[in-house]
Design a protein around this ligand. Structure first.
Ligand SMILES: [Fe+2]
Length: 144
């Protein structure tokens, strides 16, 4: 508050974003916790999307504030960044939809994955792959 009273204090300065740092740490944890599991890429994509959503919210707010302050140039620049962030999020959604989520499901067949898990566990045991319940719980824990 004190700094906002003088014009010079409004000069841009670098500041570490704690939210992004936390999300990057989450990505490191997903990578290490799921190394060797087929859910790894799905988990990493989900963390990347969390970062994109955070960036979209941030740049959207900044663009709005620039507009409120009558800073058309700044609002235009922020709009450009916002478009890029939304495109990145869309690309990640497509990656999840057409690749990483299917990789994660590759631990079992579609019918196994959609069932109650009991039969799938025994089927997976015969195939020598990890049980469906373990895959499902990994995906759920990464979504939190
Ligand atoms: Fe981004």
């Amino acid at each position: 508050m004190k700094r906002s009273k003088t014009k010079n204090s409004l000069a841009p300065r670098a500041k570490k974003c704690q939210a992004t740092s936390g999300l990057l740490k989450e990505g490191d944890e997903v990578a290490s916790d799921n190394k060797g599991w087929k859910v790894l890429n799905a988990g990493l994509v989900s963390v990347a999307q969390k970062i994109e959503h955070y960036e979209i919210a941030t740049y959207g707010c900044l663009r709005g504030w620039a507009r409120l302050l009558g800073n058309k140039e700044g609002a235009g620049l922020l709009q450009g960044i916002l478009v890029e962030e939304k495109a990145a999020n869309h690309a990640l959604s497509e990656l999840a939809r057409f690749r990483s989520n299917n990789e994660a499901r590759g631990e079992c067949s579609t019918t196994d994955f959609c069932g109650d898990g009991k039969d799938a566990k025994s089927l997976n045991g015969r195939r020598g792959v990890r049980p469906v319940g373990a895959v499902s719980s990994r995906l759920v824990s990464m979504a939190r």
